[in-house]
Design a protein around this ligand. Structure first.
Ligand SMILES: [Zn+2]
Length: 359
């Protein structure tokens, strides 16, 4: 690598004066993270850059970030320009690769796709659901109708909106609204300590549910025992010739469906009440909600809408700046409460009290 080393690398010199390129942290880790995010193909590169610039280390401009994503040096290779009668070519570099060639190529494909991502219809209309993950989920602040989305072609570029379907005229740039919404979701990001409290809540909830399951299991098992007792009795009578074969068969048939039904229920209870990997599932569940805004960011449009639906059971009113809703999911509500309270630096005792109040 000649000249200035790319972001994530640094020019160094050995004691005997030989120049070489070394990996520079934390920028190298940032760039690896960025490549992986871009490869997923769900997020605009601008959003990924913004997020990356929030991390430790040197910040990048949009242009140098885009150049970086196209720089083959990150997968350990060098691009040599045509020189004299040598054609341009790609060679193995002497520096350490940060990412695999496969990841690099994947990012190139995503970048290429993004650059012509819109399907244009006659009259400049665009159909692209990826631009409008919140279509149909927002309410108009003026007339309470559901907002829809569309684009308009300006002199030189397209404009994208969420807008009202009535003549009230409410509309808002959809890219801004999408960004604001991600910010709104980041309210559900945990502050330190909240995770512990949430785990306690989950554990308590689980033990309530699993105790309920145990009770139900007992009831079903008793029923099953009773039925089998009756069949045993009938069999005894049949063997003692007090019951003819026809009647014994009829009795068995009568209970057959009931036994099948109870056995099915018992089996499904056994499966759901299996406590062996509860710990693992709990951790998974926690991971899923610890960083809901990041999850949302990386999700497909369909999954995005599912996440919104999980947190907000009702539509949101977007007033041009904020999202208002009468209801949020109770767990999401707990997270907001816990974060708010923890923000005021509580003592252990107070945290415990808080823990009880959200249970
Ligand atoms: Zn309206």
């Amino acid at each position: 690598m000649m000249g200035i080393a790319p972001y994530g690398y640094i020019n160094r010199c050995t004691e005997d004066g030989r120049k070489y390129v070394a990996v520079k942290e934390p920028e190298a880790t940032n760039m690896i993270w960025a490549f992986r995010q871009v490869a997923k193909g769900h997020l605009p590169t601008a959003v990924i850059l913004k997020e990356m610039n929030r991390r430790e280390g040197r910040k990048l401009t949009k242009n140098s970030f885009m150049d970086g994503l196209r720089n083959i040096a990150y997968c350990g290779k060098l691009f040599l320009k045509a020189y004299n009668d040598e054609e341009e070519k790609i060679v193995e570099g002497k520096h350490e690769a940060l990412i695999s060639e496969e990841l690099f190529m994947k990012v190139q494909r995503v970048l290429h796709r993004k650059s012509n991502k819109d399907d244009f219809l006659p009259a400049g209309r665009i159909i692209n659901e990826e631009r409008y993950p919140l279509r149909g989920l927002l309410l108009c602040p003026k007339c309470n109708k559901t907002l829809t989305a569309s684009s308009a072609k300006g002199r030189s570029k397209h404009y994208y909106y969420y807008h009202c379907t009535t003549s009230c005229g409410f509309r808002h740039n959809s890219e801004i609204v999408n960004d604001l919404f991600v910010e709104e979701l980041s309210k559900f990001r945990f502050s330190i300590g909240a995770e512990k409290i949430l785990k306690t809540i989950l554990e308590q909830n689980f033990s309530i549910v699993s105790n309920g399951l145990n009770d139900e299991r007992k009831v079903l098992q008793n029923k099953l025992d009773a039925i089998e007792g009756r069949i045993d009795k009938a069999r005894d009578m049949y063997l003692e010739d007090k019951l003819d074969e026809e009647d014994f068969k009829r009795i068995k048939m009568k209970y057959k469906a009931e036994i099948e039904d109870i056995t099915y229920k018992l089996n499904s209870l056994k499966n759901s009440g299996d406590t062996t990997d509860v710990e693992k599932k709990m951790t998974q569940a926690l991971n899923a909600i610890v960083n809901i805004s990041e999850r949302y960011n990386n999700a497909s449009t369909i999954d995005k809408r599912a996440i919104v639906g999980l947190i907000y059971p009702e539509k949101l009113t977007f007033d041009g700046e904020y999202f208002q809703t009468t209801k949020i999911n109770s767990l999401a509500g707990d997270i907001t409460l816990i974060n708010k309270e923890l923000g005021n630096k509580k003592t252990d005792k107070e945290v415990k009290k808080l823990q009880m109040s959200v249970l």
